[in-house]
Ligand binder design. Structure first.
Ligand code: SF4
Ligand code: SF4
Length: 691
């Protein structure tokens, strides 16, 4: 039965309330991100990413041929290849292989045959351990983190750092040692050494399977992979068909990006290249299989939903994933709630994408709602997988909360929304952490065109109109000072982004079409103080339905670029103060990652006489995320707290941004913790400098 929202929310809240987990997550995620950035100082990320993406996509175009070639090459050197269409078949194959191995090579007197394992997400995917244990085997995870996870009966909470959720005290408890890293490692080394020797089978995954040579590649650090794949008489490697690459060069391209992106290493301690079972021809040049290493190597290639992804144009790219885990490290919501909440067996942003294919949509649709659509995961991904868009596509197909449905129902009826927002405005400030509604929305004060000057239309956006009218007023004052004749078609409402981000593309499309109708007869440029609505209208809306706004999209401008253009051309529009006030600038996720607005708002503020101070970011995203902050107010609040902590470090008392949602969210969080801060839209600050 699918998990209920209530049960899931309970897990999320417990994660937020667990100070040890919170400390472990922020420490690990910020540390991994910092190390990753340093590692890319020695390699051009964009170049490496373009190369890897092109190779991985090309590999996908030829997967059946690569599988065939890999099989031929591996079997030519004595290995065996098995194909498993789903998890059950993979378990059966591996179970049988283990059984055969025990019958043939089992140690006399051993009550439970030992199977050692290297960390493998594919084996988690097929839930292999309980299956083998039910067959009477002793399954021993040999990666330190994975062993901790096994002994605490939890499951990995990160793709490459499975025990992030556990402290050294937790590990010490299960190992029965002193709570020091040295004592735990020493115990693990001693207790596992005999298991490596006793094992009849060693099971690993594979980071790559190279078709041209029949080689599997394992990228590890601890040394346990070598012992697991070399000491037992039988080695079984289980991996998804997406791990197939054509050439050694393809594998090297992965190796350049994987350790850097994952652990921030230029190269891991160990990279194993395994081409068939162990062999020798030292004695009279006659070939012997199984010398120091295994006499059998079996590769189990797993489909389990991958073919379905391969033929789905929306999700095909997810198969290029190299499982580096960088997307989790960059994900603000993951850092707040941890991998057990943010995913199912596969966790993190890529986990949200893969889970519906491997385990069903029911297992992913609640975790999926935790995504703020900040785009940080795609930005850091070494193969540029459009994770946020894919997550949104799953969200579109998944369950929607009552709260979300009620809000969207209201938003789709502008007349009703108008009444509700006016009625709610006087009370809105009373709720701690909630944004304030304007008692006098912008539409009540927006001017009508005078017929004098070049026409310009303001699209305020529903949020600015109702919650941040000062931003529209600022934009209006700047445009008027530059001689524009301002129009504001009163039928305008929402661009549809709120609905689309909540996974309701139909409602997004309807709202967008209504907006197009309301702006169709407007004149001149259409300028909006909402960067996210600008991105939604000009970029995202194409995904929601037949593009009705194509005719007016070329007239759209975001207020930052529009105002910057004005000031660069006519600096006399502003009067510079003697002293430049310091302003902390908050990059909204859409402005930065979708619109590429990085230098522009900073330059604009500087031209208007402000000193821009960078915010030393902890999580990047402030946690607004449209309906996300309504659906998950506590998670959104945690992200906002991190943002406020970071702002505090700047010593600034003014924060600026070009996204109304972020400004309102940060302002509400600052009010809730009584942090004195002026939070202003960039155009408000510029308007205050008008000559
Ligand atoms: S878009 Fe942002 S919140 Fe969503 S999965 Fe990616 S990094 Fe996480
Ligand atoms: S989606 Fe990208 S960032 Fe995430 S694990 Fe895969 S390759 Fe790494």
């Amino acid at each position: 039965m699918p998990e209920t929202r209530r049960h899931f929310a309970g897990r999320v809240n417990r994660a937020l309330d667990d100070p040890k987990l919170q400390q472990a997550l922020t420490h690990a995620m910020t540390g991994l991100r910092a190390r990753r950035n340093v590692a890319f100082e020695s390699l051009d990320f964009e170049k490496g990413r373009a190369d890897l993406k092109q190779r991985r996509r090309q590999n996908l175009d030829h997967l059946p041929e690569l599988a065939q070639q890999f099989t031929e090459r591996l079997e030519a050197v004595g290995g065996r290849v098995h194909f498993a269409k789903d998890a059950a078949q993979a378990r059966d194959i591996i179970g049988q292989l283990c059984w055969n191995a025990v019958s043939e090579h089992g140690k006399p007197g051993q009550v439970r045959p030992v199977v050692t394992k290297v960390k493998s997400m594919a084996s988690e995917e097929i839930e292999l351990n309980p299956f083998l244990e039910a067959m009477g085997m002793e399954v021993v995870e040999t990666d330190l983190g994975e062993r901790m996870v096994q002994l605490t009966h939890t499951h990995p909470s990160h793709l490459i750092a499975p025990a992030i959720h556990l402290t050294k005290e937790d590990a010490a408890n299960v190992f029965g040692t002193e709570p020091t890293v040295q004592a735990i490692q020493q115990h693990a080394r001693e207790s596992l050494r005999q298991k490596f020797i006793d094992a009849s089978v060693g099971i690993s995954g594979a980071n790559m399977a190279i078709a041209e040579t029949g080689t599997i590649v394992l990228v590890t650090n601890e040394g346990n992979a070598d012992l697991t794949t070399v000491l037992p008489p039988v080695h079984i490697a289980l991996f998804g068909m997406d791990k197939l690459v054509a050439t050694l060069e393809d594998a090297v391209s992965v190796l350049r990006m994987l350790p850097r992106s994952g652990t921030g290493q230029i190269m891991t301690s160990y990279v194993n290249w395994i081409t068939g079972p162990s062999r020798s021809a030292d004695i009279e040049q006659s070939l012997t299989i199984g010398v120091h290493g295994p006499s059998e190597l079996h590769c189990v290639i797993l489909d389990n939903g991958r073919t379905q992804m391969l033929v789905d144009p929306e999700f095909r790219d997810a198969l290029t994933c190299i499982r580096c885990g960088a997307c989790s490290n960059a994900c603000p919501a993951f850092m707040a709630v941890g991998g057990h909440q943010f995913g199912h067996i596969y966790n993190g942003p890529i986990g949200l994408v893969l889970t519906p294919f491997h385990h069903g949509l029911d297992q992913a649709d609640l975790p999926n709602t935790l995504c703020t659509q900040c785009n940080a995961c795609q930005e850091i991904c070494p193969v540029d997988i459009p994770l946020p868009r894919q997550i949104l596509e799953h969200r579109r197909r998944g369950r929607k909360s009552l709260r979300k449905r009620a809000l969207l129902g209201l938003w789709e009826r502008p007349g009703l929304a108008d009444k509700a927002l006016r009625a709610g405005a006087p009370l809105s400030g009373m709720l701690p952490g909630a944004p304030r509604l304007a008692t006098r929305p912008y539409r009540d004060r927006a001017p009508s065109p005078s017929g004098q000057g070049e026409p310009l239309t303001i699209f305020a956006s529903c949020m600015v109109d109702r919650m941040l009218p000062a931003a529209a007023v600022g934009l209006e004052r700047i445009a008027r000072a530059a001689g524009y004749d301002i129009g504001f078609p009163k039928d305008q409402w929402c661009c549809g982004l709120i609905a689309a981000n909540a996974g309701d593309f139909d409602a997004g499309y309807k709202l967008n079409t209504k907006l197009v109708d309301s702006l169709r007869d407007s004149k001149g440029m259409i300028v909006t103080p909402s960067a996210s609505c600008f991105g939604a209208f000009t970029i995202d809306a194409a995904d929601w339905g037949p593009q009705s706004g194509a005719g007016i999209a070329p007239r759209f401008r975001d207020s930052t670029r529009f105002t910057l253009g004005l000031l660069e051309e006519r600096p006399e529009l502003v009067r510079l103060p003697g002293e430049r006030p310091r302003v902390a600038y908050h990059d909204s996720c859409q402005s930065l990652r979708q619109l590429g607005l990085k230098s522009e708002p900073r330059r604009l503020l500087e031209l208007a006489g402000y000193e821009v101070v960078e915010i030393p970011d902890i999580a990047n995203c402030c946690g607004f995320g449209g309906t996300f902050s309504i659906e998950w107010p506590r998670v959104a609040g945690r992200l906002a707290e991190w943002k406020l902590d970071a702002i505090q470090k700047t010593g600034c008392t003014i924060v600026a941004s070009d996204n109304p949602g972020c400004l309102l969210h940060i302002a509400a969080a600052a009010r809730a913790r009584r942090q004195k801060l002026r939070i202003a839209h960039v155009v408000e600050l510029v308007a205050e400098r008008l000559a």
